[in-house]
Design a binder for this molecule. Sequence first.
Ligand SMILES: [Zn+2]
Length: 96
Amino acid sequence: MSDRIRCTCRRCTIRSLMGPAVVITIGLLFLLDQLRGGDFSFRNTYPITLIVIGAVSLASALASAEGHNSGSVPPNAPGSTPTAPPNQLPGQGQRQ
Ligand SMILES: [Zn+2]
């Protein structure tokens, strides 16, 4: 298991829909090809996949990143390594 925390901000949520959107689009295009053939062959309809990728990317870029979590473990989360004790000041313990 990774320590990565899944971000739930709007931008990351929309970005996470990219994979499913592309798979569904390609599936629908192949379905149309099977049902109708001719004009709906994948060779003619692949630009729709590019449009879906662009639309999801655009929506992700325009969405708010408020509350974005960069994926690192928060400082006080369980399992994180403690930093220097708060009572130790820089330069302490050095002799001249
Ligand atoms: Zn985020």
